[in-house]
Design a binder for this molecule. Structure first.
Ligand SMILES: [Zn+2]
Length: 305
């Protein structure tokens, strides 16, 4: 049996299953993806299951989905056992499980995934990787649960997001990217290295109001000189917080909370912006006068004499 479900639909199916098994008990998170992948596929696709999930030496790749050798049935999910972060490993396994569910028929020989494949969630990047990431994020961090941890209106610190990363067994970057998908606030995550933006991601309201950095297919954008990202010396224990005036990161003030990751050799800057206030049309006196003039002219012409 083959099912052409979208990544989102697969994640929803599995989320409902896990909610049914664990309810709201402490065992619900983090999701044990290796166990889930093996058990679910053994029942759903008995002739073609995920037969194995294990770590191995995978130079240059974070994870892979391989067809079992001739004579054996099913698939193996392999993660790079040189990865030090457990959160990154969990996300990688979920990402490969997503490839299994959505792409295995298209790629009967298997799929190998580089580190950057796990980091780019936007569809501007390779669509197949974006789909596997969408599946992994939805499975590991269901939005209804995440909203209960951090209200869509709240302004989290990196520590708040770090607690969610622990809850869901993912990296801080993955938890922050997920929060950016549902927050009502204006916020931008910037990941930089050596003073240049590697990539950035905005919340929907930040994007709509022009607060974003386009990095794909453009020359590298330097981080502002006044930013924490440009001044690692200002960080204490690799962390820091700074209020910026207009014209630092954007043409408006913002708050930067930054974390330098030695492990990955990059700096994460979470930029919190003010709520967007739409300029009122009544603030424009000429517009007001014009409409008043139009109204009086109309009354002069049509009103009772
Ligand atoms: Zn991939």
């Amino acid at each position: 049996m083959t099912e052409n479900f979208s990544p989102q639909r697969w994640a929803n199916t599995l989320t409902l299953l896990l909610n049914g098994v664990h309810g709201t008990s402490a065992e619900r998170f983090p999701v044990n993806v290796p166990e889930l992948a093996k058990e679910f596929t053994r029942n759903r696709f008995p002739d073609d299951p995920v037969a194995m999930v294990k770590g191995a030496s995978l130079p240059g790749f974070d994870g892979a989905l391989y067809k079992a050798p001739p004579g054996k049935k099913g698939w193996g999910i392999i993660y790079n056992d040189g990865i030090a972060s457990k959160g990154r490993i969990n996300f990688t396994i979920a990402h490969e499980f997503g490839h299994y569910l959505v792409h295995r028929l298209q790629f009967p020989d298997g799929i190998e995934c580089a580190p950057q494949d796990m980091m780019r969630w936007d569809s501007e990047y390779r669509q197949m990787e974006a789909q596997a990431n969408e599946f992994a994020a939805s499975l590991l961090m269901p939005l209804d649960d995440f909203r209960r941890q951090i209200d869509p209106k709240h302004k989290p610190t990196l520590d708040d997001l770090g607690e969610c990363a622990v809850r869901y067994g993912v990296s801080l970057v993955a938890a922050t990217l997920r929060w950016l998908q549902y927050t009502e606030r204006r916020a931008v995550l910037v990941v930089s290295r050596d003073g240049y933006i590697l990539w950035a991601r905005s919340s929907p309201t930040a994007l709509r109001t022009g607060a974003y950095f386009k990095t794909a297919g453009r020359p590298p954008i330097p981080v502002p000189d006044s930013s924490l990202a440009a001044q690692p010396g200002l960080l204490t224990n690799s962390k820091g917080q700074l209020e910026h005036d207009a014209d630092a990161w954007f043409a408006e003030p913002c708050e930067e909370i930054a974390l330098a990751s030695d492990q990955y050799d990059f700096t994460i800057s979470l930029l919190h912006l003010e709520r967007f206030i739409r300029p009122s049309r009544f603030e424009d006196p000429t517009e007001d006068e014009d409409s008043f003039d139009v109204m009086t002219r109309r009354m002069d012409g049509n009103g009772p004499r």
